[in-house]
Each structure stands twice: as C-alpha cells, then as structure tokens.
Design a binder for this molecule. Structure first.
Ligand code: BGC
Length: 672
C-alpha cells in the first residue's frame, strides 16, 4: 500500500459508484450535496436504501476538535509548531495519529490541513497555518495528508484560497494579480493535490478578484479540477455560501457539498435551478460522483471492515505530541549560554507570567481548531514535578538564581483566534512591565513565549539574555518546555515565519493603508506587495527583520563543511546537493540545512532568494553527515503570465546553503 492510497481497494470504485448513481433519483442526488439541516453541523444525511451512511467530518488541524466529536482527544501542538520542526516525518506521523483518532470515532474525514500563506502576521489564524513560504508549507502538508489518508481517512485542505485575514473574512475581496495568485497563494494547494491527492478541498469565505470562493468557477472547476486533475470533493467553509446569490453559480463552479446546512443547495433551490436549465444532469452527476467516491474510500459507503479500527488518546499519540512540541520550539536568543539550566547548579528559580499555568485546550477556544485533551501539562505542572526536592521555586525574582517568565498570547478574540485579527504585534503592556520589573532585579531572566504568531520585542529584547518561542505546544507542552529548558533536548526548531521589528516593516502593512490591509470602503484588499511575501519582501527591500525566516539557535554548534551539486542538465527533473555537516559542539542536537535559490539573470523580476530544499539532521558531538538534499527543478521556476503556466528558465542559478534565510555559509552554482 502506498502511503497516500486508502486501504480500500480503488479498482472497482468507478463501477460501484456508477451502480449507486444509476439508482439515485434526482432528489437523492440533490440531497447528497448538502448536510442535515439544523443542529448536525459536521455530517451529511444518510440514504439508507442505497447503503449510503452519514459522512462525518470533524474539525482539525490540531487534532479532532471537541465541538465536532464531543470527545476529548489528543491535542497536538499547533500547526506553526509542526512547521517550525521542519521535520517532514513528524508531519506524516501527526497525520497518521489524527487519522487513528478519526477512525476510532467512526468518522471519515478531518477538516485539515490548513495551508493558507501568512500574508500578515496579524492574521488571527496564523497559529493554524504552516508558513509564509509556499515551499515549506507544501513540503510539510503533503506528508500530513499522506499520513491521514494512509488509514482511509480523508484530508480536507483549507481554505481555498487567499483566506489570509480574519477581519471581515466573509466579505473581503482579495485582489491579486495572476502571477502572485499562482506563485504564492495557489502553489501549496496545487502541489498537495498533485503529490498527495487529498480527498477534499474547502472553499473559502472571501472573494478572490470579485467572486466568492464557493462560486469561483475559474478557481474550482477550471484550475483545481481541470488543470490540476483534482478528483475529490469541494466543500464550502461553514456558511460560506450565505453571501453567494445563485445556486447555479455554486453548481457550475464545482461546489460538491454545502455545509453546514442547505441554503443554496436546498432541494427546492436545486430543483428550480435545474428546471430552468441552469446546469446539466451530467454536471450534477459529476458532483455526486465526487462525493460518493470519497464516501466509499473512507467507509461511509461499503464495508468499513477493510479499514483500521483506530485508537485514541494512546501513550504513543501523547508522546508524539510532546516530541513535535520539542522539535518545534525555537531558541531565539541565548546570551552567555544561560540555557540550558542545570538542576545541579541552581538553588532557586522564580516562575511567573500569564502562561505559566494556562491551559489552552478548551471548548471552541481559538475557534474551530479547539481540541480538548483528556489532560494538559502546563509549564508549571512540569517544572514543579521536575524541580521537587532539587531546586526551590521562589516568589520573589530578586531572591532567585534564575527567573523564567511565561509570556505570549492566548486564544482570546483579538489574539491568536479565529474570527478576529490581532491589533498589534506587541505583547500586552502588563506583560512588558512584568518582563522589565523582573529584569530590574534579576538579570538572569529567560522569557518563554507561548504564542502562535510573531511578537515584537522592542526594548526588552536587548536586556533579556534568553528567549524561547514555544508556540502552542499541545497537551504535553509543559513537559516539552521543561525538557528544553533543562537541556534534555537541544532546541532545533526554525522560524517558519519572519518576526518583524515593527508591523510597518511587513509587506501587507508597508503602505500603512487600508487598501492593502484590512480593506478599503468596498472591502477590497489589494495585494500590492505581489510575490514579495515574508522573507522575500524583507530581502528585496533590504529590511532587517527582528528574527529572520528559518532562524533558530541550538545548544550545540554545527559546521557546514562543504556543499556541492551533481552535474545537472536541463532534462533532469531533479538533482542532489550534497552538504557535509558536523556537530562541532558539546551537546546532541539537530540542524536544519536550508537551500535558497537565486537566478542570476532572471527574465522576470524574482525575489532575491527562495527556499527550494531543506533537510533536518540530528547529530551527536563530533558526528558528521553527508546530507543529500534533493532539489526538484520545478521548484526553481516561477509562474509565467504569458503562457499561464509554471516555467523554469535555462541559465545560471546560485544555491545558497545555510541555517536561516539570512545566514548562508556556502554557495553552489548550477546551470540548467
Ligand atoms: C472555519 C473552518 C472550519 C469550519 C467548521 C469555519 O469557521 O473557517 O476552518 O473547518 O468552520 O468548523
């Protein structure tokens, strides 16, 4: 079985579906395009006499969300933490584990992964998304989808497309030029569709260039289905059809399932529109077939006995949650090697901050991704257990050898939360005051940031010797943070998003105009920065970020000894860059080697550097490795508006090898 194929045999699926379709009345075909009606928000109506069971799709992406299962399930670290691990195998493992939980609940599809590109760091859902970079996003999400679907559970890639802010998300109209749309915002969707064949895509709330996502024929029918060959379902985001005027527009666009209840797809509306000749029966059959195929692959039709039974809340899932949290934590600063701490050399520690004892896994907390776990280890829980009888926890920072402040955000509206964007990148004033007050009496102060999006640190950064970015680390988060603080694990996370010094440095905010964010008087947001998103913008404009994309320190040191490519010719689809890396420090650790491409004589304007490859390597002290980083030639290309396709120019390229987007150690020249 390949990782992305359902355990249910695919061979007879076409004829099986045709058999069901032939028996369906027109009315039954209409009914299969929508949900129950009131109160059952995450499933479709069964059609018993045809053997079609209710298709059930709980919310993700942090695990199986509570409001859509009424069960406590494993809460994994937030998507940003997974992305910060830069570890593809962890993305697959999390996909498998979530699918096991979905199967154990007798459900069929998880509403994940969420792959929108970080256009603005103020986006309230930044924590749910992978990255500002389409390459990192697709590399991780492809593995996640393969993992999920290896168990016969569907993955639903969302939100298609350009749902890049929460402010006014149901009305906003993203005005994007063709190249930017394809090169930045559609790219991850396309690659995920081609390489992992997800069973569903969720259409967004917003408009794209004047048309709502659920009625966007050019995007759904022509691009997703016809150009990319997508065979799955297209489901509306919840209530996203509310603002769409016409039933036929949704049908003709290719929307196969309206959620969470019938509106445009009320039987009476569909009947009327069909009677008016606004869509053909062949088109209707195509939508129905797409749904039936996924129902069949996931066991909502046919014999579920062929699917694994699944498991929930196992020690393995909890261990995986901790592991992801550990690999995702980013060490931003560590002056004088204050970290790691050693219980043998400190007598007292002061612990403080709003996130020290905070639990995040609560009902709808942060929106639709809220997973409520059976237990949640806070930093305080983990540290109190670890330090018992060894180090005193004291109330007054001036009496302590070390102080650790657990600062950051939470999932309240206006912080890291669905439905509302953040207003500022700053920490709340009270937290800034706490950091300064603590530093005034104890210079050995460490700040641990628990947040899902960037934070600015003007003023307090200079005075704080050590800073960790822990994201929302999931139900085992406290243990993961304690393991990092005390050096059991060396930090190996790298930022999947640029941390700007000030919001105005960020591409969507540079003009400081509502036109580019959050929208003009007609709710239009003009993506005037074009393809220069994230580090592409900071590099092109020569703006110094607070912490660059791809950045993260370790407790050990790595040397990139050399880097060289195989000889390449244009005909090859891929080539290998060899990078020899050595751990020259004293501790075990892992480095993420990153490759950025720069075309020497581009025929169209291109960003200075673009991520095209990476590999994570764990190394013991003195250990070396020859990393073979595969580069796909297609990833060196750009979207050409004349041919409306991706192309790769012949010529010279420079590949920079380093451990962040701003620290290149070697370069490799290649000619295509
Ligand atoms: C969110 C989706 C989610 C859906 C169902 C919407 O508000 O945008 O991500 O899957 O609700 O809960």
């Amino acid at each position: 079985m390949t990782q992305n194929s359902s355990p249910i045999a695919n061979e007879h699926i076409g004829s099986k579906i045709n058999m069901i379709l032939n028996k369906m009345t027109l009315e039954q075909k209409f009914r299969i395009l929508t949900s129950h009606g009131l109160h059952r928000f995450y499933s479709t109506r069964p059609i018993e006499n045809l053997g079609i069971n209710s298709f059930k799709m709980p919310d993700g992406p942090l695990g199986v969300a509570y409001h859509s299962s009424w069960k406590k399930n494993t809460r994994f670290p937030t998507t940003k933490a997974l992305a910060a691990s830069w570890n593809r195998s962890l993305a697959m493992a999390v996909g498998v584990a979530i699918a096991e939980e979905v199967r154990a609940l007798n459900k069929h599809m998880i509403l994940a992964p969420a792959v929108n590109i970080d256009r603005t760091p103020l986006n309230g859902r930044t924590f749910e998304y992978y990255s500002e970079d389409p390459f990192l996003t697709k590399e991780m999400a492809i593995q996640f989808v393969k993992g999920v679907q290896s168990l016969g559970v569907g993955a639903c890639v969302k939100h298609f497309v350009a749902n890049n802010q929460e402010t006014n998300r149901r009305k906003v109209d993203a005005i994007i030029d063709e190249r930017t749309l394809h090169e930045i915002y559609l790219r991850a969707f396309k690659e995920i569709i081609i390489h992992s064949e997800p069973y569903a895509v969720m259409a967004c709330y917003n408009k794209v260039n004047g048309i709502y996502g659920c009625a966007h024929r050019e995007l759904i029918r022509e691009t997703l289905m016809q150009k990319w060959g997508f065979k799955g379902m297209v489901i509306s985001d919840w209530f996203a059809t509310s603002n769409v005027k016409s039933t036929a527009d949704c049908v003709n666009a290719g929307l196969t399932l309206e959620m969470p209840w019938p509106k445009r797809y009320k039987t009476k509306n569909l009947k009327q529109s069909f009677a008016n000749g606004e869509f053909s029966e062949a088109l209707l059959d195509d939508l129905v077939r797409r749904n039936l195929r996924v129902f069949y692959l996931t066991g909502a039709i046919g014999n579920v006995k062929n699917l694994p039974s699944g498991s929930r809340n196992t020690p393995e899932h909890q261990k995986l949650a901790r592991h992801v949290a550990e690999e995702g934590i980013v060490l931003l600063k560590n002056d004088g090697n204050l970290l790691p701490l050693d219980t043998g050399s400190i007598d007292s520690i002061h612990l403080d901050g709003p996130n020290l004892k905070k639990k995040f896994g609560k009902f709808l907390y942060g929106g639709s991704s809220a997973v409520v776990p059976p237990y949640e280890i806070t930093p305080y829980d983990a540290l109190a257990r670890r330090l018992k009888d060894k180090v005193r926890i004291v109330k007054n920072p001036s009496n302590a050898d070390i102080s650790v402040i657990f600062a950051g955000l939470n999932h309240s509206l206006g912080m890291d939360s669905e439905n509302r964007d953040r207003k500022t990148l700053k920490l709340p004033d009270k937290q800034i005051r706490l950091i300064y007050d603590t530093l005034d009496v104890n210079p050995n102060t460490i700040v641990v940031l628990i947040s899902g999006s960037p934070i600015t640190m003007n003023g307090w950064l200079e005075r704080t010797p050590a800073i960790l970015q822990a994201w929302y680390p999931g139900m085992e988060g406290g243990n993961a943070i304690a393991n990092i603080l005390f050096g059991e694990v060396s930090p190996s996370g790298k930022l999947p998003i640029t941390f700007p010094m000030n919001i105005i440095d960020s591409p969507a905010h540079a003009l400081d105009s509502p036109r580019t964010y959050p929208g003009d008087e007609n709710n239009r947001v003009f993506y005037e920065e074009g393809i220069l998103i994230g580090y592409r913008w900071f590099d092109a404009k020569g703006i110094m970020p607070l912490f660059p994309f791809g950045f993260g320190l370790s407790y050990t040191e790595f040397e990139i000894v050399d880097a060289f490519a195989d000889k390449v010719s244009y005909d090859q689809e891929s080539f290998i860059v060899n990078v020899n890396v050595r751990n020259t420090g004293q501790a075990n650790g892992a480095e993420v080697i990153q490759l950025y491409s720069h075309q020497l004589e581009p025929t169209v304007p291109r960003p200075p550097n673009e991520l095209v490859g990476f590999e994570k390597c764990p190394l013991a002290p003195d250990e070396s490795v020859n990393l073979k980083i595969g580069i796909n030639i297609q990833d060196l290309g750009y979207y050409d508006v004349d041919s409306h396709a991706w192309i790769v120019d012949r010529g010279q390229y420079e590949l920079s090898v380093g451990n962040s987007s701003r620290n290149f150690i070697r370069t490799v020249q290649i000619e295509l």
